[in-house]
Design a protein around this ligand. Structure first.
Ligand SMILES: Cc1cc2nc3c(=O)[nH]c(=O)nc-3n(C[C@H](O)[C@H](O)[C@H](O)COP(=O)(O)OP(=O)(O)OC[C@H]3O[C@@H](n4cnc5c(N)ncnc54)[C@H](O)[C@@H]3O)c2cc1C
Ligand code: SF4
Length: 565
């Protein structure tokens, strides 16, 4: 069989991989994008406009659907009967948790990945994050600073379309924004309460199109974004990057192809990848001059750790021993939910408009002095509310029959709830490795997680509970309750760090361009290269870094550093 050689292989088609394939295809390079699951079809896979009574299992899905699968838990909000129809989520590839670890690894294997269903919060990272080690003396700085990266954030925001306002916050550099998502009555009430106790409540930075943008329509506020947007009114690869890469005619897209390893040449450089064709279970090899891994953070490390050869006995590009290390996450938990009595009995309006965050509380701790609080760095809080389609507070209200239903309606516009987003610090005990004993059904050695919450993020959690108690009082809200403990690690879907970038090849996996120190034709385009977690979400930053890395790759082809196929 003649062997086709590509300029670049991109593994993964989500936020990072989709961006990589678009930039590289538009630069005129031949790209083979490889995706582990099926192609997402918005017409069939996004069913957000249906009502639960239209669905056979009332939104919960077929209870026997995951019987016999390696990973049998459904994946919270994004996986329900609304999106499960064509097997979009990964339940066949098993993973392990080391004793004492309870990592919840949620994966979307369809093209576009988790970015089909993401929450869209999109803040810039600043020098307070890039240079945090200089400020508080803990860990390592990033090998870049804000002055260098700002233009890429601008590029990413211009492309994705991010709605917000200029806020002049020391922890949150401002960007270029579409008009903010309109505020609701509850947002003004929350803001007034927050102001009373000196806390910020401001429009979130949300990659949701409040006006038509780059050929995509404006949002019509149907409010079910985490089931996928059937008109493409928020940034996601299915509507944005994948069709744009295809339009160049430089893209070959392979689906249902689960990459197991990077294969190497005589000299240890990347030659291509080996994948398992899910339909035939055959192993296939594809070749390229450059390989870009964007399989979503820990899966990128999984592929690299499984890429063992005589050159790379502990996994490709792992001469530093840092591959799989420095796993960070966001501690997520609800530090307070309740209701606003002053809204009781008000008419219900469909104001759960973004199905996500309209406003947020950007980091307000340790801004003047990095050691002001008992913890270092800081966290953010998201506050939700409005009339959602299901009254989640039903179990907070006592009663029975018609009276109970009347009460549910009376409370409809009143509930509010909050979420802390607290970054973990890198720790030598938080990492992924390969389980020495277990393989998945395709014969691929499984990834194993080792992870515990650390004292710093647990102090943030305690602090936040007190802050929310104060805020509820200041808003005149009644608190129904709060989480007794943090959500399981992995819940946030914002993991970072397992292939960290750095200037020193002895202590990092890639350089500041996300090019591995050891293997110059192997690059990474996901959040695994972020050396630390911050109080911000990861997707817009990883799109910005992927744009920068791929411009660098294209430049390297032009300069002859990489030869064309
Ligand atoms: C409900 C929800 C809410 C979220 N909210 C936010 C938010 O508000 N802000 C934010 O910044 N982020 C949010 N996220 C996280 C966001 O979705 C991720 O940060 C982002 O999608 C990561 O991009 P990625 O390209 O690394 O991974 P993904 O988008 O998951 O894409 C990974 C791709 O790699 C493919 N792949 C994986 N393994 C292999 C393999 N072995 N071989 C071949 N292909 C492979 C997958 O099929 C997939 O296409 C949210 C996610 C969800 C689901
Ligand atoms: S609220 Fe807007 S972005 Fe979300 S699914 Fe509806 S139209 Fe799409």
């Amino acid at each position: 069989m003649p062997v086709r050689m590509f300029d670049v292989i991109v593994v993964g088609t989500g936020a990072g991989g989709g961006t990589a394939m678009k930039v590289l295809c538009e630069a005129g390079l031949s790209v083979c994008a490889i995706n582990s699951g099926p192609r997402t079809d918005p017409a069939k896979d996004y069913r957000q406009h249906r009502q639960v009574y239209d669905l056979k299992y009332r939104g919960y899905g077929n209870p026997l659907r995951l019987k016999g699968k390696a990973h049998q838990e459904p994946y919270s909000v994004e996986e329900s009967e609304y999106s499960e129809g064509r097997d979009l989520f990964e339940h066949d590839v098993a993973y392990s948790n080391a004793p004492g670890t309870d990592w919840y690894w949620k994966r979307c294997k369809a093209t576009g990945g988790k970015a089909n269903f993401w929450g869209r919060s999109s803040a810039r990272i600043g020098d307070i994050d890039f240079k945090a080690a200089d400020l508080d003396g803990f860990g390592e700085n990033w090998p870049v600073d804000y002055a260098e990266i700002a233009q890429w954030f601008t590029k990413a925001e211009r492309y994705m379309g991010v709605a917000s306002t200029v806020q002049n916050r020391p922890s949150n550099p401002d960007g270029e924004y579409l008009p903010q998502i309109p505020w609701r009555c509850i947002d003004y009430i929350i803001q007034k309460g927050a102001e009373k106790i000196g806390l910020p409540y401001l429009p979130d930075r949300c990659a949701q199109l409040t006006v038509a943008h780059n050929g995509h329509p404006a949002c019509h506020y149907c409010g079910n974004c985490t089931r996928g947007c059937d008109v493409g009114a928020f940034f996601n690869p299915t509507w944005f990057t994948i069709p744009e890469a295809e339009a160049t005619k430089n893209l070959t897209l392979l689906t249902n192809a689960l990459v197991r390893s990077v294969i190497v040449d005589q000299d240890g450089t990347a030659k291509g990848v080996a994948y398992v064709d899910r339909s035939t279970r055959r192993e296939v090899e594809v070749y390229a001059r450059v390989v870009v891994l964007a399989a979503s953070c820990v899966e990128t490390a999984h592929i690299m750790l499984n890429s063992k050869s005589r050159h790379w006995p502990t996994g490709i590009a792992n001469s530093s021993g840092q591959l799989g290390r420095n796993l960070c996450d966001h501690l997520y938990a609800n530090p307070g939910y309740g209701y606003l009595p002053r809204l009781l009995g008000q008419p219900a309006t469909p104001d759960n408009i973004a199905d996500s965050t309209v406003g947020w509380m950007p980091r307000w701790q340790n801004l003047k002095n990095p050691h002001e609080e008992k913890f270092i760095r800081g966290y953010a809080v998201y506050i939700g509310g409005g009339c959602g389609d299901f009254p989640w507070y039903y179990n907070q209200i006592e009663g029975f029959g018609a009276e109970y239903k009347r009460n549910i309606k009376r409370y409809y516009p009143t509930p509010i709830s909050s979420y802390i987003q607290a970054p973990t610090l890198p720790s030598p005990t938080n990492y992924v490795d390969i389980d020495p004993d277990k393989k998945d059904i395709f014969g691929i050695p499984q990834l194993r997680f080792h992870f515990q919450w650390g004292p710093n993020e647990l102090l943030m959690w305690e602090h936040c509970k007190q802050m929310m108690s104060d805020l509820f009082k200041a808003m005149g809200a009644e608190m129904w309750g709060l989480d007794s403990e943090p959500n399981r690690p992995g819940t946030s879907l914002h993991e970072t760090g397992v292939c960290r970038m750095g200037a020193n090849p002895k202590t990092s996996v890639t350089n500041k361009w996300a090019q591995t120190h050891d293997v110059p034709n192997l690059y990474i385009c996901d959040a695994s290269v972020f050396p630390t977690q911050t109080d911000k979400t990861t997707t817009m930053p990883l799109v910005a870094f992927a744009m920068r890395t791929c411009d660098y790759i294209a430049e390297n082809f032009k300069r002859g550093v990489h030869r064309r196929a």
